[in-house]
Each structure stands twice: as structure tokens, then as C-alpha cells.
Design a protein around this ligand. Structure first.
Ligand code: C2E
Ligand code: MG
Ligand code: MG
Length: 694
């Protein structure tokens, strides 16, 4: 690689001296120079203004227009960033020395140098100049970094114990320069008492020889009384024996980062709307309480608070009002507990109270009552008074609850019990509830598997025309043939299937299977045309599910069963609780051509107006009325009224649960259209049912 050409600008007014330099540079071994020459300082300064600058300026101090040190000063002022080498005569060498002191890179004495020396001087001047420039930039960068990072520097002489604090250090704390003097005591006195010992021990460990540097975050008192979070970084400078002689470092204000972290942490553990603890924090508090009470006589309780009919407020007054109600509830719940207790919002209208340190369950019940009383006064929402009540479940911590989740679940179960016993009350979780919960859980998981394992089957019970005793139809009734439980009655699993939603797939299977079976019977039957109706029970949840119409339409398609032969049996309760949705579903089903019977009539609270409005073809009188009908009395009158009512509205009537001849005769006497009961046949499996249908 050929070395780069060095550009030299020469100020020299003596021809012979110029030639000496020229000759030396031209013949320099291994280095190329480009020499430019002027004999006036003014001219030189002019050339220095060009963008293209020389690498080195070589000047004679005595030229036409300038003499002595002044020559150097003028050139230096014009080219502060260029290396300048001074040439002096033998007699004025001290002038050259002065120039060097003032910033010249070097000097040579005329007549005393050869080509070699000149070359070396030029090269060195250039190198040194570059190194100095680099140093200058890095120093500047360092100063910039320090001021940019806004750090307060400190420097601690460990031998004397004196500390230098940079102005920024005390400034950061709102204090005047020198506020700490040179003393570690005064510095440490400003540090938060909870942090200072830890900080001191970190410093001690570091000075004793651990680690390349240390870092510590702590709070320091600001002059305005607030606490500032600072990050203190430092490193010890050790002697050759490894002993720390000095320690230096910086202090950075990290308050805003700490505050942001704290905010994030707060948000992660608190409910946005009410500011109460959220589920995560609630679980954490319960877990801590579980640990704590293990060592004491005392216990603690979890209260699960669920608002009654909150949905009504949201639906009628809007979400903003709903939110305001939740805020109001949160405020009132806060007032019923002690500071150590936790009030949390688990989500929606569910709150949870963790009562620390109670003696007995009675203490928790007192708080539950207090909470209900606190909610008693009306809330003002959208300009009107709104009354809120809550159902509260209480779970007392004991060994049977292993995790915080267990305990919340127990309180939740107890809350459900409170809801089902009429709302606005509290209930305490007990062993019996646990037993039921466990049984239920087992049943639920078995039931889930039963669908996949095809453990369900259908039995069929005939429905008979009372006037001629002919079979009019069959009702399909589900059974669960469980490998572990035996044949399970629908009464024992339909309610759970309904609650868990499993009824939707189970119900779809029932409709599909019953219509399929019906089509098979049709094929095998000698009746032409087949006359039988097929009744299937459809539970409330099933009726309200989105795809009920599709499921029934598919079943009809697949079996090619005439839709008018399919009867859907629904119960009154679905009409009472979800009137609009239910009637919409019923109308859609009617459009398919299927018929609808109202099952178990008389046990619910259906108002007579429903019977008129809804597309119901037939009423099935509940077994409980039929049961007592043989003895003249109230039941007979009720059945008489129902039959009359049904006929009055143009609907037919089926009596369920006919077991005796006496009952049958009474029903015939009342003009009841159809009957169903053990007197005719118990529900039987599909093989046994075949002859009935044939
Ligand atoms: P349900 O729809 O009212 O069915 C009539 C119930 O009364 C059947 O009980 C039947 O065996 C019983 N029964 C009929 N005649 C007599 C009688 O003379 N004496 C007595 N003591 N009982 C009689 P089962 O089969 O145990 O079904 C009970 C309930 O389970 C049904 O009442 C129905 O509500 C529900 N269920 C049955 N199958 C299904 C189904 O596939 N889906 C849905 N959602 N529910 C079903
Ligand atoms: Mg039924
Ligand atoms: Mg019934």
C-alpha cells in the first residue's frame, strides 16, 4: 500500500532555505509530499481559507510582512486546527520554543536538520496532532454524555473520607452546591430510612472487593420534601494490592421511571373502573392470608358479593349508569371493612371481600349483613332512585381449602345458594355444599364424556286417545346408560345438562335419534299411512339456543318425517323468564310445520295470556294433578278447569301420569282428549315400542 501524499504548506522568503526543504521532501524515501510555497504571511492566511487544507504548515518566523512570535500567532489564529512546525534560525531558537509552548507542534533549526529529521518531524507533528484531536473529541463527548445523562457525579476519597459532589448532584435534590459539604454522613442522612442500610451494605461489599461496579436504587429526600428515586452507580479504584482507595460514580434521577413502573404495577392489580383490587390481587391477598393464619389461632373469610339483577340497570338505564352504580357500590363496600381487609372487583357485578383475621363465622356474617345494610339506601342514577341488593356467599378458611381459588369458588357456590333462596341474603359455605359440589363435578365430567361415548338411549311412552283407547303418539324420553352409575333417570342429569349447556348437544342427539327411529318404524309398520305423533322434550336452554331451528330442520330432512308429526314439548318456565326470545323461537319452529305442546302445565306460573298469544297446540296437565283426581276434591276441579280452558282456547289436552282405571274414567268424564301413563305403558325401549307402533 502506498502511503498517502502529505500536503505541506511552506512559509519561507529565503530562496536557499526553501530549496533545502524542497529537496528534502522530494527525496524522502517511501513518502510522497506535495509542497506549496508562499513568502508572505498574508498570502499564507489567504490560502488557509480554502476548503482544501494542508496536512502540515511549516513556517519561518521571519518573513517579509511579519517578524518573530507574531508570525506564529497570526498563522495559528488562521489555522487553529492544523499542525504547525516552526523553523528558526540558530540565534532565535528560544522564539521557536515559545511558539511550541503556544501550540506549535514542533520546531526545527535551520542548517541543523537533514532530510531525515525534517521528515520525521513532519510525520510526528501530523500524528500527534491527530491524536490530540481525537482526545479532544472524546473528552468533549464525555462531557456531553455526563451533562446529557443528567447525572450527578461523586468522587469519594476513601482514605480521607472526603467526597466531592458535582454541582448536578445536589442540584438534583434541589439543594445548593456544597449542601453535603464533603461528608458521607450528610449524604446518607438524606436517604430514606428504609433504603439506607441496604445502600450502605452494597457499598461496603463493593469496597471489600466484590464486582466491577455496583448499582443501587433508593429514595433521597428532595428539598421540597418529596422523595426522589435515584440510581446510584459507582466503582472502586483499587491499588495494586486490590485495596479500594477511591470510589467514584454517578447519581441519576429515575423518579419518573419508578413512577411509571408503579403505575403499571398498580394497573395490573387494580380494577380500572372502581380502583378496587382486581381478581389477581384478590387471589394474592387470599394466598398471603392463608400463609399467615397457619401460624395463628385466627382465621379469615372470603365474601363473594354478587349484585341482584344488575343486568336490569344496564339494560334499562344504559352502561354509563351501570358503571356509576358499580362505583357507588364499591364506595359503600369500602366503608364496611377495616383497612387491613381487601375489597376487590372480580369482574362485572361480582365483588369479593377478604376479611383478615376473624374468630368465627359469625364475624363474617356480621360483615355480610353490614354490607347489605350499606347497599340498602337507594342510588341516584339518571335522575331516579335505584335500589341495589346483593346475594353474598361466605367461605371461612379451613384446611379443606387448599388454594385461593378453592376458597373463592366455595364463596361463589354459597353465593349461588343465597341467590336461589330468594336473593338479598347471605349463605355460608358448608360441608354439605362441598359434597354436592364434588358430586356434581363428577357427574358433569361423566356427562361430558357420555356424549362422545354414545351412552344415551331413548325410551318411548305411548300417548293414547281417551275416547277410543287408540295409540295416538309416543313421547321420547332420554336415559343415560352410564358404565359406572347404571341407567340414570333424566331427572338426575337433565338439570345439570341444562345448567352447563350440555343440553344443547344432548338435545340435538335426542331429536336426531327419535326422528330416525320414527322413520324406521314407519318402514316396518303395517299402518298406512302411519299415524303416530312423535313428541320430544326441548329444554329452555335448548329452545333459546341459536341453532335450534336448524337442528330440527336437519333432523326432519334426514328422516324425511312429515313435520306435522313432530311435537316439541316445552315447559312453562321458559315462557315466563324469556318470553320474547321463547316466542320468537316457537314461531320459527311453527314455520317448519312442527307442533308445540306445553308440558307439566300447572306447575309453573304461566299466565293465561301466554296460552292465548303463543302458538301452542296442546296442554299437558301435570301428573301431580292427575294423581289426586280419583278422590273428588281440589285436584279434580283444577283438572276440570284446565280442560275447559284448553278447549276454550281451541287447544287439545293431554293428561300425564295416569296410573289407575279410576283416574282414567274421571278424565274421560271431563272430556280430556289424550292420556299418558303407566296404566297404558311405562316408557319402553325402542324394540319393545315397535309392536306398539305397528
Ligand atoms: P316429562 O316430559 O313430563 O315426561 C314424563 C315423565 O313422567 C317421564 O319421566 C315418565 O316416565 C313419567 N311418567 C309417565 N307416566 C307416568 C306414570 O303413570 N306415573 C309416574 N309416576 N310417572 C310417569 P322420565 O322419563 O323420568 O322423565 C322425566 C322428565 O325428564 C321429563 O318429564 C322431561 O321433563 C325430562 N326429559 C326426559 N327426556 C328428555 C329429553 O330428551 N330432553 C329433555 N330436555 N328433557 C327430557
Ligand atoms: Mg314431556
Ligand atoms: Mg310432563
Amino acid at each position: 500500500m502506498t502511503p498517502e501524499t502529505i500536503q505541506v504548506l511552506l512559509l519561507e522568503d529565503t530562496e536557499s532555505d526553501r530549496l533545502v526543504v524542497e529537496e528534502a521532501l522530494r527525496t524522502a524515501p517511501g513518502q510522497r509530499f506535495r509542497l506549496e510555497h508562499v513568502d508572505h504571511v498574508a498570502h499564507l492566511i489567504e490560502l488557509l481559507r480554502r476548503p482544501q487544507q494542508p496536512d502540515v504548515v511549516l513556517i519561518d518566523l521571519c518573513v517579509h510582512d511579519s517578524q518573530g512570535i507574531d508570525t506564529f500567532r497570526r498563522v495559528r489564529a488562521a489555522a487553529p486546527d492544523l499542525p504547525i512546525i516552526v523553523q528558526s534560525g540558530l540565534s532565535d531558537e528560544d522564539l521557536a520554543v515559545t511558539a511550541v509552548r503556544e501550540g506549535a507542534q514542533d520546531y526545527i533549526v535551520k542548517g541543523r536538520f537533514d532530510a531525515d529529521l525534517l521528515l520525521r518531524t513532519i510525520r510526528h507533528a501530523r500524528e500527534r496532532h491527530r491524536a490530540e484531536a481525537a482526545l479532544r473529541t472524546s473528552e468533549e463527548r464525555y462531557a456531553l454524555a455526563v451533562s446529557g445523562a443528567n447525572d450527578g457525579l461523586w468522587d469519594w476519597d476513601l482514605a480521607s473520607g472526603r467526597i466531592y459532589f458535582a454541582p448536578r448532584f445536589t442540584d438534583m435534590l434541589g439543594l445548593p452546591i456544597g449542601a453535603f459539604g464533603e461528608s458521607a454522613e450528610r449524604w446518607f442522612a438524606a436517604i430514606h430510612t428504609e433504603d439506607v442500610d441496604d445502600f450502605a451494605s452494597v457499598i461496603a461489599t463493593h469496597t471489600a472487593g466484590a464486582g466491577g461496579h455496583f448499582e443501587h436504587e433508593h429514595r433521597v429526600r428532595h428539598r421540597d420534601g418529596s422523595w426522589r428515586w435515584v440510581l446510584c452507580r459507582g466503582t472502586a479504584i483499587r491499588d495494586d494490592k486490590g485495596c479500594a482507595a477511591r470510589m467514584a460514580g454517578s447519581l441519576t434521577d429515575v423518579t419518573s421511571r419508578k413512577e411509571a413502573e408503579a403505575r403499571l404495577k398498580h394497573d395490573a392489580f387494580h380494577d380500572r373502573l372502581t380502583g378496587l383490587a382486581n381478581r389477581a390481587l384478590c387471589l394474592d391477598r387470599i394466598t398471603q392470608a392463608m400463609r399467615r393464619v397457619r401460624r395463628t389461632e385466627r382465621t379469615f373469610a372470603v365474601l363473594f358479593v354478587d349484585l341482584d339483577r344488575f343486568k336490569l340497570v344496564n339494560d334499562s338505564l344504559g352502561h354509563a349508569a351501570g358503571d356509576r352504580l358499580l362505583l357507588g357500590i364499591a364506595d359503600r363496600l369500602r366503608t364496611v371493612v377495616r383497612p387491613a381487609d381487601t375489597v376487590a372487583r372480580l369482574g362485572g357485578d361480582e365483588f369479593c371481600i377478604v376479611l383478615e383475621s376473624i374468630h368465627t363465622a359469625e364475624d363474617a356474617r356480621i360483615v355480610a349483613n353490614r354490607a347489605r345494610e350499606a347497599l340498602a339506601a337507594p342510588f341516584q342514577l339518571a335522575g331516579q332512585p335505584v335500589f341495589a341488593t346483593a346475594s353474598i356467599g361466605i367461605a371461612i378458611n379451613d384446611k379443606s381449602h387448599r388454594t385461593a381459588d378453592d376458597l373463592i369458588r366455595a364463596a361463589d357456590l354459597a353465593m349461588y345458594r343465597a341467590k336461589s333462596s330468594g336473593r338479598d341474603c347471605h349463605h355460608t359455605f358448608d360441608a354439605e355444599m362441598r359434597h354436592r359440589a364434588v358430586t356434581r363435578l363428577g357427574l358433569e365430567s361423566d356427562l361430558r364424556q357420555a356424549i362422545d361415548r354414545q351412552e344415551f338411549l331413548l325410551h318411548y311412552q305411548p300417548i293414547v286417545s281417551l275416547d277410543n283407547g287408540n295409540m295416538h303418539g309416543v313421547e321420547a324420553l332420554i336415559r343415560w346408560n352410564s358404565p359406572t352409575r347404571g341407567l340414570v333417570s333424566p331427572l338426575d342429569f337433565i338439570p345439570l345438562a341444562e345448567e352447563t349447556g350440555l343440553i344443547v348437544p344432548i338435545g340435538a342427539w335426542v331429536v336426531g335419534e327419535a326422528t330416525r327411529r320414527m322413520a324406521l318404524w314407519d318402514d316396518e309398520s303395517s299402518r298406512r299411512p302411519p299415524l303416530l305423533d312423535l313428541s320430544v322434550n326441548v329444554s329452555p336452554r335448548q329452545l333459546l339456543s341459536a341453532d335450534i331451528v336448524q337442528i330440527i330442520a336437519d333432523a326432519l330432512d334426514r328422516s324425511e318425517l312429515d313435520p306435522s308429526r313432530l311435537v316439541i314439548e316445552i315447559t312453562e318456565s321458559v315462557l315466563v323468564e324469556n318470553h320474547h326470545l321463547a316466542s320468537r323461537a316457537l314461531c320459527a319452529l311453527k314455520e317448519l310445520g312442527v307442533r308445540v305442546h306445553l308440558d307439566d302445565f300447572g306447575t309453573g306460573f304461566s299466565s293465561l295470556s301466554y296460552l292465548q298469544q303463543l302458538p301452542i297446540d296442546c296442554i299437558k296437565i301435570d301428573r301431580s294433578f292427575v294423581n289426586g283426581i280419583a278422590n273428588k276434591g281440589k285436584d279434580l276441579e283444577i283438572v276440570r278447569a284446565i280442560v275447559g280452558l284448553g278447549h276454550g282456547l281451541g287447544k287439545s289436552v293431554v293428561a300425564e301420569g295416569i296410573e289407575t282405571k279410576g283416574q282414567l274414567d274421571r278424565l274421560k268424564g271431563l272430556d280430556c282428549d289424550f292420556g299418558q301413563g303407566f296404566l297404558f305403558s311405562r316408557p319402553v325401549d325402542s324394540w319393545a315400542a315397535l309392536p306398539l307402533c305397528a
